[in-house]
Design a binder for this molecule. Structure first.
Ligand code: ZN
Length: 224
């Protein structure tokens, strides 16, 4: 059976679990990862200790997953524990985050039930984007066979080259390092535990088009 993959994003803006994380000063960083073959930058700046942050709740309650700036992700302790207990792979770091200030946007009582969060990053996977079976507009064939970095204008669904995936449950594919991709096992794991603020779209249906007229076109009709 051919494995299925999903793009992972946080819940939509202003949803029930919408929250914003700000890394608290001093924020120490180091340069992101470069491709070992061609030197192209493939990773964003990396967050170094101390892992301190401020949280602002925009929705009603905090979820299990929050995207921070850069490649950093915050996951709740419950999520981190289950991820490790069940042997899922692809997340790195697991640095305990000290929350300095937690507040709510606008009026209302101070947020309660604030999870303990861990900072993680998703690994760079071996799985490579299959350009011939993807709908990536404005893409030139990548110059480097290792990182497959390319410029493009939009994504209307993509596929991964058969045989390139090494089994990671969450990863950044070669060619689309900015797109968090997860396995079917990850998708079932999230559903089974009821983890919140994670949105998963089959990669064949994923749309990213910063120039698209609103509302975004419905890709379900056109996809195979
Ligand atoms: Zn390269």
């Amino acid at each position: 059976m051919f494995p299925r993959f999903f793009v992972l994003e946080e819940g939509v803006l202003w949803s029930h679990y919408d929250a914003e994380v700000d890394k608290a000063e001093p924020v120490n960083r180091r340069e992101g990862v470069d491709c070992p073959r061609c030197g192209a930058p493939i990773g964003m700046m990396q967050w170094l200790p101390p892992y301190r942050a401020n949280l602002e709740l925009h929705g009603k309650e905090f979820g299990d997953f929050i995207e921070a700036l850069g490649d950093d992700l915050l996951i709740s302790e419950r999520f981190a524990q289950a991820f490790r207990d069940e042997g899922l792979t692809g997340l790195e770091g697991f640095h305990s985050v000290e929350l300095l200030r937690v507040r709510r946007k606008g009026r209302g009582p101070k947020p309660s039930n604030v999870p303990h969060y861990f900072a993680v990053t998703a690994c760079f996977g071996r799985a490579a984007v299959d350009l011939a079976r993807s709908h990536i507009r404005g893409a030139q064939p990548p110059a480097c066979a290792e990182c497959r970095s390319m410029q493009f204008k939009s994504i209307y669904g993509f596929s991964l080259e058969p045989g390139t995936w090494q089994g990671e449950d969450i990863f950044r594919p070669r060619g689309l390092h900015g797109v968090l991709t997860v396995s079917e096992r990850f998708e079932r794991f999230v559903a089974r535990h009821g983890f919140t603020n994670l949105r998963m779209t089959p990669i064949e249906e994923y749309v990213w088009d910063p120039h698209a007229p609103e509302p975004l076109p419905n890709t379900k009709e056109g996809s195979a």
